[in-house]
Design a protein around this ligand. Structure first.
Ligand SMILES: Cc1cc2nc3c(=O)[nH]c(=O)nc-3n(C[C@H](O)[C@H](O)[C@H](O)COP(=O)(O)OP(=O)(O)OC[C@H]3O[C@@H](n4cnc5c(N)ncnc54)[C@H](O)[C@@H]3O)c2cc1C
Length: 367
């Protein structure tokens, strides 16, 4: 059956489909990829982009070219709404796009409170290209003398981002003041041994840690914390967790309480078998999953197989998420903190391993 396939978002879970689009286009399926930018940046290297470990061209997938080379159309746009009954997508740019099957990989957003919007140089850690802009903003200020950096969020992204800001300064031969505000503590929910090493890593890098403090307001070059303390931060990075975009809920599709698209073990919306999804934007109903790229990456072959089965027949493949995955936090200076099934190590061997895995991932999916 020929037909129309639309991939919405060219994120981590769509890379295998993108790499093998000719399986569809060579058999008459009209494929359109919709994404806001021609390059998709790999999140695992985001903090490394800030630290200066990687150049942007080392950390991106040229998704527009990957699509065009395989006979698909690429629309540099965003999907703003879905009409699942008439099977039409409405684009932010104004057009509309009919589909026979659609797959969503639109990721997640960092929620930004209006009370923080008055800050002069505010960078949520998603999309990942914000790290490139933040690096330029910090670099410009450091070139002019001293600067201060605030990072909000005590999870892995906050830890990596604070260390990366220090790493960047070291690279440039400067000493900025970096403050990490960790409202729920540092690495909450992670094993005590890992948390101890994370505290030691921050202390060794001179990052000031404010635990059990929340960001109330930010304006100009200053942030107000819940204790009443004001911290100076010429650049403010937000790693306060992620949420699915409102797209699915606003379009009346079945979602979880946060607005993630509900999918079954075939990564397919049970109420609309022509709608698929992967990555941070889905709620995997058989077992809710943490929003980590590991799962998005593992969903690649499942989405490819099931989209192929939708158009050409064959047995669908179920997604079986692994229980354990490696955690590797880049510490901004050629070192990383690694956790694997209770085994923890850090330093240069940790970074060697992380860097190798990240580069392998890029090689595997990039043209
Ligand atoms: C700093 C940081 C470091 C991280 N490090 C790791 C790590 O080392 N390992 C790990 O497993 N996880 C890591 N994560 C988590 C990881 O980023 C996410 O789980 C991963 O990005 C999910 O991939 P995704 O493809 O679902 O979303 P994304 O990578 O966000 O991709 C979604 C794509 O869809 C596009 N898009 C969005 N909205 C629309 C729309 N309306 N229409 C069309 N296109 C749209 C976006 O532009 C984007 O290109 C990290 C997260 C952060 C913030």
């Amino acid at each position: 059956m020929a037909g129309r396939l639309v991939l919405v978002g060219a994120g981590h879970a769509h890379l295998a489909v993108l790499r093998r689009l000719e399986v569809f286009t060579s058999r008459g399926v009209r494929v359109t990829v919709v994404g806001p930018a021609p390059v998709h940046y790999y999140s695992g290297m985001g903090p490394g982009l800030l630290a200066g470990t990687y150049r942007p061209e080392q950390a991106g997938f040229p998704v527009r070219d990957m699509a065009l080379r395989r006979g698909a159309q690429f629309l540099e746009d965003r999907v703003a709404a879905v009409d699942p009954e008439s099977r039409v997508l409405h684009l932010a740019g104004g057009g509309s796009l009919p589909y026979d099957a659609v797959s969503f990989n639109v990721g997640s957003l960092v929620p930004v409170s209006p009370d923080w919007a008055g800050h002069g140089a505010l960078f949520p850690v998603k999309p990942i290209e914000n790290f490139i802009a933040a690096r330029q903003a910090i670099g410009r200020r450091l070139a002019a003398g001293k600067t201060t950096v605030g990072v909000v969020g005590g999870g892995p992204a906050g830890l990596e981002t604070a260390c990366a800001a220090r790493g960047l300064a070291r690279r440039l031969g400067r000493q900025p003041e970096v403050t990490l505000v960790a409202g729920g503590g540092l690495l909450p929910g992670f094993p005590p041994g890992l948390r101890r090493r994370a505290h030691a890593a921050l202390a060794a890098r001179g990052v000031r840690l404010r635990e059990r403090e929340r960001l109330l307001a930010a304006r100009g070059e200053e942030a107000l914390l819940s204790s009443g303390e004001r911290i100076s931060c010429a650049v403010l990075l937000l790693a306060v967790g992620v949420r699915p975009p409102p797209l699915f809920r606003d379009s009346g599709l079945p979602t979880d309480s946060e607005g993630a698209l509900r999918v079954n073990r075939y990564l397919q919306a049970p109420s609309h078998p022509e709608i698929f999804g992967g990555g941070d934007c889905i709620h995997f109903t058989p077992r809710p999953l943490p929003r980590v790229g590991v799962y998005a990456v593992r969903q690649n072959p499942v989405l490819f197989a099931n989209l192929r089965a939708f158009f050409f027949g064959g047995e669908p493949v179920a997604f079986r998420p692994q229980r354990h995955f490696l955690l590797a936090f880049h510490l901004g200076d050629g070192r990383a903190l690694v956790h694997w099934r209770g085994w923890i190590f850090d330093g240069r061997p940790g970074f060697w391993l992380k860097d190798r895995l990240d580069r392998d991932f890029l090689r595997r999916f990039r043209d």
